[in-house]
Design a protein around this ligand. Structure first.
Ligand SMILES: C/C=C/C(=O)SCCNC(=O)CCNC(=O)[C@H](O)C(C)(C)COP(=O)(O)OP(=O)(O)OC[C@H]1O[C@@H](n2cnc3c(N)ncnc32)[C@H](O)[C@@H]1OP(=O)(O)O
Ligand SMILES: NC(=O)C1=CN([C@@H]2O[C@H](COP(=O)(O)OP(=O)(O)OC[C@H]3O[C@@H](n4cnc5c(N)ncnc54)[C@H](OP(=O)(O)O)[C@@H]3O)[C@@H](O)[C@H]2O)C=CC1
Length: 437
């Protein structure tokens, strides 16, 4: 591993293909014999620092159409939080179903990476050892007809590092070669590793015709606008000529949104919204109070699109405040997946709910290209070492982070890997906007 790292740090990438791939490597894992460790605890009390380990794991055999990548940096996604608290179900069920190399008593987690291709398997022509890459997290088989117009519809579609083993929070990762995309040259390893999953997801959810198909002039209500997904949705809305209405939960987060260029911001903590009267009943007056606040900010416009992911807590309000004919597009349920909304406001006002999940290769590629062109920027706030991944996931679980939280894998320090210094200099303020906030 040392020789590989030295070659990468010296930017002597032509040598990579001739260096031996180690038989094992360090990766962040959960253990199958620990899935019951949090039984009886409330979700918020389950602590990723207890369940995430750093283990030496055997390097998996390389299959047809696959690549092994030396991971310089990765990032925390909420799916790793879910994995680490074994909710809504232990990910070992996915690994068992996938079978073969993936079905192990350990699960190497992580769904983002920036690094260098070490080896490619048979049938891979587009990538070679030494290529600097990022990886999107769609692992797809495409043996069935269903996925051939949109790969997300393939019945054998999986999220790499969540529903597959050998993920990105590790020194080496196993990916399908069609997960690979060029690393943006103006970014460091940890910056390049941070947008992938959320940027691609937000792109499909908000911009793509498979999602809300946002157009210029649209008003877009964005929950968690300075979080992982939201920090990219806000950028897409601003870039695309839409008006984001950013919902956040602190003055610091409101300030970040303002600095991104958003003008209409709601601090949900300051407003004190309480959409649920109790566990069973929602409060329509609170939905209305949110809607009135949005109208006050927009000068009377209701949202054409609501960018949803908090789920149970907010979904009723989201359906209510969307404009007549508007779209509620959802990709998650952080606060609970059994939603409740008043269907009269949906059908009588001709609204639509769209389900969206990650992105196909084309969508991920387009989202990554925007990063590479300096039109969308990483929202990296903090960087941890591989050993401290548990703490990094704990921060995200407690909602104590901003934007994205990065993890260094092989990279010995932050700040390495930049090739295009001119493009970086042109966007340095935006690239650093979330740092240390
Ligand atoms: C990129 C990042 C993303 C994120 O962060 S997303 C957030 C994290 N992800 C999650 O929280 C999702 C985790 N996944 C899950 O919770 C579960 O994964 C699902 C609820 C999505 C699916 O549940 P399951 O039980 O795994 O699959 P089933 O499709 O319900 O299949 C179970 C059995 O039910 C049968 N079945 C499915 N649909 C029907 C139907 N319409 N009518 C009758 N039967 C049906 C199947 O065939 C199968 O059967 P058989 O057990 O015999 O194989
Ligand atoms: N299906 C898919 O493809 C994907 C799904 N996801 C899922 O989306 C969800 C969010 O992911 P991500 O954006 O990365 O996570 P983050 O934690 O980075 O951001 C989510 C933001 O949502 C806001 N939020 C959290 N809880 C609530 C609540 N109860 N009410 C209102 N706002 C809330 C918070 O912002 P604030 O406190 O400022 O309001 C928080 O910053 C997760 O459940 C994740 O698993 C993520 C990516 C892809």
């Amino acid at each position: 591993m040392r020789k590989i790292l030295d070659a990468i740090l010296a930017d002597e990438l032509d040598a990579i293909g001739s260096l031996d791939v180690p038989e094992s490597y360090r990766g962040v894992t959960v253990h199958a014999d620990e899935v019951a460790m949090f039984e009886g605890q409330a979700t918020k009390d389950k602590d990723p620092r207890k369940s995430l380990h750093v283990d030496e794991v055997p390097t998996p055999e390389l299959g047809h159409g696959e690549a092994l990548v030396a991971v310089m940096a990765s990032a925390i996604n909420y799916n790793t939080v879910w994995t680490s608290i074994f909710e809504p179900l232990p990910t070992f069920a996915f690994l068992k179903k996938y079978g073969g190399r993936h079905d192990q008593p350990f699960h190497v987690v992580g769904s983002d990476l920036a690094g260098v291709v070490l080896r490619t398997g048979p049938g891979v022509n587009s990538w070679k050892p030494g290529d600097r890459v990022v990886a999107h997290c769609l692992d797809v088989q495409l043996e069935h007809s269903d996925g051939h117009s949109d790969t997300m519809l393939d019945p054998e579609q999986r999220i790499w590092g969540f529903e597959t083993n050998y993920g990105g929070l590790a020194e080496i990762a196993l990916v399908k070669a069609n997960q690979l995309m060029p690393m943006p040259n103006h970014l460091t390893w940890e910056e390049a590793a941070s947008p992938g999953l959320v940027n691609s997801t937000a792109y499909r959810q908000l911009v793509s015709t498979n999602g809300a198909n946002m157009k210029q002039g649209d008003t877009v209500l964005i929950w968690g606008a300075s979080g992982g997904l939201g920090s990219y949705a806000t950028q897409f809305a601003l870039n695309g000529g839409a008006t984001p209405v950013c919902v956040v939960s602190s003055p610091e987060k409101a300030e970040i949104c303002r600095k991104m260029g958003a003008e209409l911001i709601i601090d949900r903590s300051a407003e004190g919204y309480k959409f649920w009267k109790d566990e069973h009943e929602q409060d329509v007056r609170e939905w209305k109070r949110l809607g009135a606040k949005i109208r006050e900010l927009t000068g009377g416009d209701d949202p054409d699109i609501v960018f949803e992911h908090p789920g149970r807590e907010t979904f009723g309000a989201s359906v209510y405040v969307a404009r007549k004919g508007g779209t509620i597009v959802t990709c998650a349920s952080t606060s609970g997946f059994m939603h409740q909304y008043d269907n009269r406001y949906l059908w009588m006002h001709l609204k639509r709910i769209i389900g969206s999940h990650f992105a196909n290769y084309r969508e991920a590629w387009e989202a990554n290209r925007l990063v590479a062109k300096g039109k969308i920027h990483p929202t990296l706030s903090k960087v941890y070492s591989l050993e401290d991944t548990g703490q990094a996931a704990h921060d995200v679980h407690r909602n104590a982070h901003q934007g994205k939280v990065g993890v260094l894998a092989l990279a010995p320090e932050a700040g390495l890997g930049v090739r295009d210094h001119d493009l970086r200099a042109a966007h340095l303020t935006e690239i650093n906007r979330f740092r240390g906030v």
